[in-house]
Structures are given as structure tokens and as C-alpha cells.
Design a binder for this molecule. Structure first.
Ligand code: ZN
Ligand code: ZN
Ligand code: ZN
Length: 87
């Protein structure tokens, strides 16, 4: 695994140590990325997708369930965190 923000890995953690919050986001960087707003699921050919809205530019985009994590917004190119709404 590798953090998309700082580039740390299992072999080379951040100074002082860090843990994985998401498969591509470490605990040191958790506060550096805004959380995308979950706006609802979409169903395309049986694949569950989740629709998110970027908190900065309001761009809406889809994420496939297994790829939830941090991603670059297609609109503003900033990193944002995509989490499925709990419950
Ligand atoms: Zn990091
Ligand atoms: Zn780290
Ligand atoms: Zn954006």
C-alpha cells in the first residue's frame, strides 16, 4: 500500500509512524484532504457505484465500491476522500 498524498509505504512510514486510514491514505494525511459529499448510489449493469460531490468545486462523479478511498477530483484536481455513507 502507498499513501497518495505523502507517498509513504509499509516499508517507509512517516516520521513518528503512521497507520492506514484507507488503502491509499495514511493517518498523517487524513486531515489534509477534504471529505467528498456522498449524494447517492447509481446502478450500472449490476455494478454498485456511489455518487459523490467534491466539497471544493461541486463537481459530481462516480466511484465503484471497491475503489473507495482518496481520489483526484475530475473538476479541480484536488485530492478528496471518498467514503461510503455509514448505515
Ligand atoms: Zn500520507
Ligand atoms: Zn504516512
Ligand atoms: Zn473538485
Amino acid at each position: 500500500m502507498k499513501c497518495q498524498i505523502c507517498g509513504c509505504t509499509d516499508d517507509k512510514a512517516c516520521p513518528g509512524g503512521c497507520t492506514w486510514i484507507l488503502p491509499n491514505l495514511c493517518s498523517n494525511c487524513e486531515n489534509k484532504v477534504p471529505l467528498a459529499i456522498y449524494v447517492g448510489p447509481t446502478y450500472i449493469r449490476g455494478v454498485d457505484k456511489f455518487r459523490f460531490e467534491c466539497p471544493s468545486c461541486k463537481h459530481r462523479f462516480n466511484r465503484v465500491e471497491k475503489n473507495l478511498g482518496i481520489t483526484k477530483c475530475p473538476g479541480c484536481k484536488n485530492y478528496i476522500k471518498c467514503l461510503k455513507k455509514k448505515g
